[in-house]
Design a binder for this molecule. Structure first.
Ligand code: ZN
Length: 253
């Protein structure tokens, strides 16, 4: 394996659930092995599943380098590289139609805006749109399109209170080191009555995995995924709704 030649990723270990603060963490029969070992646990209090050992924040710049956007972006669900506008135009049109169901165009924030295509298409639809992006390559791409993008994480962006009508995160929340801190920060920068639109992997993939976990748990074996530990949170609908509720959001849909 090529990864064997690379140094171990810097990590930190959680002693509690960042969703609810619970300390009763049940080990699951699943772990990632990639430049280190990343076991998955489930919080017995709120049901949230996550990596007990997580890549440290200082490792994320490396984890989300340009190569991520060329090959692993959107969990491998996209068969085209990110830096092609045509690949995203139809999808963004659908997303912007969805936004229009919940808010009239005003000020919009995209957390994890990658190369900026959604921001560009949102501006074409009348939004004042800006973004935050951890990847230097992706942020530079977005800025070259003339977009207003902060390079770094959301907290460091220090955005003003109650400034945005809508915030969007697509395939991002499951990647961030502290999902609760990110949601609380988004609640702070949204106007009263503002909308957070979230997209991410929930549903069949997780359900299939829980069935596999049950089967493997009974057999007493651990599933080992030899891939980078991109997803530090494994959201399912119930725990995600509880997390939103505790961060001050009302779940609309
Ligand atoms: Zn919990």
């Amino acid at each position: 394996m090529m990864s064997a030649a690379l140094p171990l990723l810097p990590t930190h270990t959680l002693d509690r659930c960042l969703g609810c603060g619970g300390r009763d963490l049940e080990p699951l029969a699943l772990r990632y092995e990639w430049r280190g070992s990343f076991p998955v646990v489930r919080c017995r209090a709120c049901g949230l599943r996550f990596l007990r050992v997580q890549p440290a924040p200082e490792a994320l710049g490396e984890l989300y380098s340009g190569a991520y956007f060329e090959s692993d972006y959107r969990c491998g669900r996209s068969d085209s590289a990110y830096f092609s506008e045509d690949a995203f135009r139809d999808e963004n049109r659908g997303l912007l139609d969805e936004f229009a169901r919940h808010a009239t165009p005003g000020r919009m924030l995209e957390v994890g805006c990658a190369g900026g295509w959604l921001l560009k298409h949102a501006i074409e639809r009348g939004w004042r749109a800006e973004g935050v992006e951890l990847s230097g390559e992706a942020a530079a791409h977005a800025r070259a399109l003339g977009l207003e993008v902060f390079h770094g994480d959301l907290i460091a962006a220090a955005l003003p209170d109650a400034a945005f009508d809508l915030a969007y995160m697509g395939d991002v929340l499951e990647h961030v080191p502290d999902c609760r801190a990110v949601l609380i920060e988004i609640a702070r920068v949204l106007k009263h009555g503002g909308v957070l639109y979230l997209r991410g992997p929930i549903t069949t993939h997780s359900l299939a995995r829980s069935l596999a976990l049950a089967a493997w748990g009974i057999a007493g074996r651990t599933i080992v995924l030899r891939e980078p530990p991109y997803h530090v949170w494994e959201f399912t609908p119930g725990p995600l709704a509880r997390l939103f509720d505790s961060c001050g959001f009302d779940v609309i849909e």
